[in-house]
Design a protein. Sequence first.
Lengths: 253, 115
Amino acid sequence: MPSGRSASATPALPYGSGFLGGLRSGATSIYMVVVVGSYISIGALGHDLGFPLAWTVLTTLLVWAAPAQVILISALGAGAAPLEVALAVGLSGMRLLPMVVALLPLVKTPQTRTRDVLVTGHFTAISMWIEALRLLPRVPREARVGFANGLGTYLMGAATAATIAGYHLAQTLPRLLVAGLLFLSPMSFLMSVVRNARITADWVALVAGLVLAPLLAWRGVGLDLMWTGIVGGILAYAAQRLRETCRAKRTGR
Amino acid sequence: MSALGELAPYGLLILVGVLPNEAWRLLGVVLARGLDEDSQIIVLARATATAILTGVVGKLVVFAPGALASVPLSVRIGAAALGLAAYGLARRSVLAGVIVATLAMMAGMLVLGGI
């Protein structure tokens, strides 16, 4: 069994690559449903807490991270101290660092300048990251920055439309539907991570995160997600190295 | 004065919403310079991001926000498990998994109350 990294073995994307290909794969992605569902609830939240529509839409365009937006809108709406809000948003945004570090080397060529990927960095959010990691191996390397930006553009466009819709629908959405919309994103993250898992490190990290974060939060440990990332990441990495060492020994004998 | 008052929320958005979040992305862009796809750091970064991601899932399911909080924990976990089963049965279809999990949660909410 090869290591599973052979990109040439997977079929090319049916709708081309580059920016347009990225747009199209955004349109056909399951994340369309998820992003629309989540951002309807964010638009409704902005409305309920009395923020202007333009302000609520700007959080989608500029923050582009649903958990941070929920924190920002609900904390400011409740009148929390700005410094406290900034800290909470900053802590929730920490996950973006390893995500960007894992994604960018996949889109870059030796000719790519740092400023060429700034936009790709801004588009990086859970939904875009998962879909990009899944699809990019099937895109020719020189077309990947455009592809990732197209994917991000489509998802962000859909999110913007959904934010506006949610803002206007806020008072008419039944509670059952709101709960269903809220459940969409964690479930799609879960299924996607399971589908995208290829190597031992992915599986160990997946399980470690599911178990560690609720456990740490339940025990009242601060910065639970940061510790989950550090401990889960190191555990997963160690498991991967161990597995590779064992395999090397077996084949070396 | 009132124009300034109307602009204040936008200044606040940049200061406490955009900057603390975007800083991590910019730091990631800087740190990713010179790394290639096969470097060991990428494996570690990917594993860290994956653990945080499923950590978010775990927290959202266990300590559910808003309208979800009124659904019993057993329903939320059961719905997630049903979704994973559907994902497997439908030959690794994310869509099938998400739909079954969400409908199962909503059904549980209808039956067990919480609306």
